[in-house]
Design a protein. Sequence first.
Length: 228
Amino acid sequence: MVRKLIDITGERYGRLTVIKEIERNRYTRRWLCRCDCGNEVPVTMSNLRNGHTTSCGCAQRERTSEANLDDMTGKRFGKLTVIRRGETDKQRHVHWICRCDCGEETSVDALNLRNGTTKSCGCLREENGVVMQTYNEENLRIDGVMTPTLKRKARRDNETGIKGVSIRRKKDGSEVYRATIRVKGKTYYLGEYATIEAATAARRAGEQRYHAPYIEALGEWKNNDDKR
């Protein structure tokens, strides 16, 4: 049964009204749209329906203009207090010189201040990194091993789809399945097998031997902390 194509002619997405379809191929469909400002612009169907594109670009220009006209001196954004107006970049975005609570001064795009993208000179990101590192050390690391990494799935480029199982091609053209496991920076060889099932079984046995003790220890560690 042939699937009926969706017709979005006449539909409205933000400031855009769809006029007609102008391109269709295997990967995308493109539509000509008229913006409320009068401009016509081609937009992919996916960008219309997921809300990525809602105007011909005039909305972004208006937001930039508003940010440029607004005097932000003295205003506070996160850990930043605006001191004075800075330079205007090549995209005509005004930058403002801000003093961070940590004492550092930094130049920030007005739009990034207004939309909350930038809230510090960079120290907030560093602080969050320290907090995350501390959390990981106290809650996820056992004897130098980050336990969440033990449970990660196979990488996308893994030919077998089984973590720790790879294919080794011999000179005669035949193939064998090699099983390995890694823990604390060391890789352990678990053997080569004629079938993927046998290699997978070896890998599972390796996980029980090398990974399970750390995963189980983490559970015991958390239970002990909960009792304190």
